[in-house]
Each structure stands twice: as structure tokens, then as C-alpha cells.
Design a protein around this ligand. Structure first.
Ligand SMILES: *Cc1c(COP(=O)(O)O)cnc(C)c1O
Length: 364
């Protein structure tokens, strides 16, 4: 008879060796662990929209009559509306179950076991995660102290035979964009350049109109942050047309569920409302930035996104992170060498800023 040990031997060795992705914990889990009430929680750890989704999404989901029918595998309606929103043809657009799924699909399309993927840490953890799962090899080209990418070293790494490079712009967790000149430089290599614009609606900076000029450029976007749909999982990519054909071929047919497609459509139909919340968040980012800047033991990095990265100059970031948690204030701490003293704070509502700043002042 086959034993659990035999099963262990059947598991792909690269899966055994890979480090796990460390996600943020859901609120109800944190609340139970810390014995605080859910209403007291100030959640500034996920870069989510504190104002939630468009009210039109809630009404449309409540009224939808076709949950028993499979959704459109070609996402026709959604892609058509995305064409209007992005100004790029439907032939260049594909939606995914979050942009996370598109990261995975891109790597499935281009990686053979052992193929290299260039990553520029500190950055979004899904790039190395999905590379590992796909059997690829991560080549890390660390960012500079100001978190800009090292263009020369990155270019060298991708032109040496790597398949794909990922650049988050604005970068998570540092908040800075990568200038177009740097991306154009990388596009000269014979590799796929993925520009992840998850926070585009906060930065206003995009490479999307360039996708038709460069056969190796991909732009990723998501409804999770600006449109408040993180829980429904819907993102999209802007790709050269031939890549859309291949991705259409390898994706699961019903990858974006009916509720997610509907919610994304309703969001695109309520842009005035959503742009209003973005404006409020940007204004609050400015106020949060100023308040954090007044704390002399913090170095605050500039942000073109809906979160702010800070470095604790005097004191201990882990301890501050834990102490805030006890008070029901959740922010993000990353236990990596480049980010050891850093905290990432999502921009919340004004009252969240006030409570956070009061807690940080008490801490010292
Ligand atoms: C949040 C985030 C994503 C994830 O987007 P989903 O659409 O929710 O999967 C992708 N990239 C970056 C850089 C992010 O910060």
C-alpha cells in the first residue's frame, strides 16, 4: 500500500523547497486572537479602499438573476467597457480573478522549469511566489536605497536569457513609480516586461498606451484597490494581441465569476463616485504624510499610491507594529532585510489617521 511518505516523494521538489507567501490575516481572525471588537478595528494593512465599493455594485449584485448560469468565458461585456476605460482595444485586454491570477497565467505561458524571472525587491510578494510555483528561478536585483530600480543591473539580468521581469509601478510597499525612461530601456531586452499598475488610479501614471508599440510590454491593473473590490477578485491586463490569444487558450474558461464581472462593470459605470473617493483618499494621504513627518523618529518615503512606507529611525518597528495591533490598529510590517525597520500604512479615513497618530505619539 502507498504511504504518506510515498506521497511526499511524489510532490514536486521545487514546491517543497519554496517559501510560503505570507498573506495578511482576515479581520475576524485578528479580532478573536486579540480579544477586541470588530467595530474598533482600524485596518490599514491591505491597501484596501476604506470607503468600500460603489453603491451601484451592491444593488446590481442583489438584483442579478443569473447566478445559476456560467459566466462569459470571453468576458465580452467587461472587456468592451475596459476598452472605453483604458483607450486600448478589446483585442489587447484580458481579465483575471484578481491581477494575481494574471501574474500566474503569464508565468505559465512563458516559463519552462528552471527558466529565470527577474524580480526587484522589495516589492510585491506574488512575483517570486508564482515563479516558484511554476518551477521558474527567481533572480533578484535589489532596488536602490531610494527604492528606484537598478536599471543597468536589471537590464543585464533580463538580456542574459531571463523570460520575464516584473516592475510594480507604483511599487508596493515603497509607493514610488518607475519612470517611463527606465521601462523603455528594459523593453529593449528580448524578454517580457510586466508593469504592474495596481495603484494606477492613485498615481495617474501609465504605460498602457505603449502596449501597441512594444511586443514585449504587459500592463496589469486591478479593481481591488481603487474600486474597493478586493474581496470579489477581479483584475485585468493590457497585452500585445498575440499574448491575449495564448492566455485565452490556457486560462480556466470561467476564471472571472459572474459577480466579479458584474461588479467591475458597475464600477466602470460609476466612475464619478469612485473618482470622488480617490480624491478624498489622496487628500488624506497628504494629511497623513504631514502628520507622520512631524514624528522625528520616523523617515517617511514619498508615495504616489494609497499607502505610505516609513522607516523607524529610533525604536523597534516590530514592537510598534505589535503595540498598535493590541489597540486594534493594523498596519503592515515586513520581516525582510531590506525592510527590517519599515512599516507600511494604508491611507484610511481621517478618523483612522487621527487614532493612528495618537497611538504613535503615545508609543514614544
Ligand atoms: C494588491 C496588489 C496586487 C493584487 O491585485 P489583485 O487584483 O487583488 O490580485 C497586484 N499587484 C500589486 C503591486 C499589489 O499591491
Amino acid at each position: 500500500m502507498i504511504s504518506p511518505e510515498d506521497i511526499e516523494k511524489l510532490v514536486r521538489p521545487e514546491i517543497k523547497a519554496m517559501p510560503p507567501y505570507v498573506p495578511i490575516q482576515p479581520i475576524n481572525v485578528l479580532v478573536r486572537r486579540l480579544e477586541i471588537s470588530e467595530t474598533e478595528v482600524i485596518k490599514l494593512d491591505g491597501n484596501e479602499n476604506p470607503y468600500g465599493c460603489s453603491p451601484r455594485v451592491k444593488h446590481a449584485l442583489a438584483d442579478y438573476a443569473y447566478y445559476h448560469i456560467y459566466p462569459d468565458p470571453e468576458q465580452r461585456e467587461l472587456r468592451k467597457e475596459l476598452e472605453k476605460y483604458t483607450g486600448v482595444s478589446v483585442k489587447n485586454i484580458l481579465a483575471g480573478s484578481g491581477s494575481d491570477e494574471l501574474i500566474d497565467l503569464i508565468l505559465r505561458l512563458f516559463l519552462k522549469p528552471g527558466d529565470r524571472v527577474v524580480n526587484c525587491p522589495p516589492t510585491f510578494g506574488m512575483y517570486p511566489f508564482s515563479t516558484d510555483v511554476c518551477g521558474g528561478k527567481v533572480v533578484s536585483i535589489p532596488r536602490k536605497p531610494d527604492f528606484s530600480i537598478d536599471v543597468a543591473r536589471s537590464f543585464k539580468a533580463i538580456s542574459g536569457g531571463a523570460r520575464v521581469i516584473f516592475i510594480a509601478s507604483p511599487n508596493n510597499p515603497s509607493g514610488n513609480i518607475t519612470p517611463e525612461t527606465a521601462i523603455l530601456e528594459l523593453l529593449k531586452a528580448k524578454a517580457v516586461v510586466v508593469v504592474d499598475e495596481a495603484y494606477y488610479e492613485f498615481s495617474g501614471v501609465t504605460m498602457a498606451p505603449q502596449v501597441n508599440k512594444y511586443p514585449n510590454l504587459i500592463v496589469l491593473r486591478t479593481f481591488s484597490k481603487w474600486a474597493g473590490l478586493a474581496g470579489l477578485r477581479v483584475g485585468y491586463g493590457i497585452f500585445p494581441a498575440n499574448m491575449v490569444e495564448y492566455l485565452m487558450k490556457i486560462k480556466q474558461p470561467y476564471n472571472v465569476n459572474a459577480a466579479a464581472q458584474l461588479a467591475a462593470l458597475e464600477s466602470l459605470g460609476d466612475l464619478d463616485y469612485l473618482r470622488g473617493t480617490i480624491k478624498v483618499i489622496l487628500k488624506e494621504r497628504q494629511r497623513l504624510m504631514e502628520k507622520l513627518g512631524q514624528l522625528d523618529w520616523l523617515k517617511v518615503y514619498p508615495s504616489q499610491s494609497n499607502f505610505i512606507l516609513c522607516r523607524v529611525l529610533k525604536g523597534n518597528a516590530t514592537a510598534i507594529h505589535k503595540e498598535l495591533q493590541k489597540q486594534g490598529i493594523f498596519i503592515r510590517y515586513f520581516d525582510t532585510p531590506q525592510l527590517r525597520d519599515c512599516l507600511r500604512i494604508s491611507v484610511g479615513k481621517p478618523e483612522h489617521t487621527d487614532k493612528l497618530i495618537a497611538a504613535l505619539k503615545r508609543k514614544r
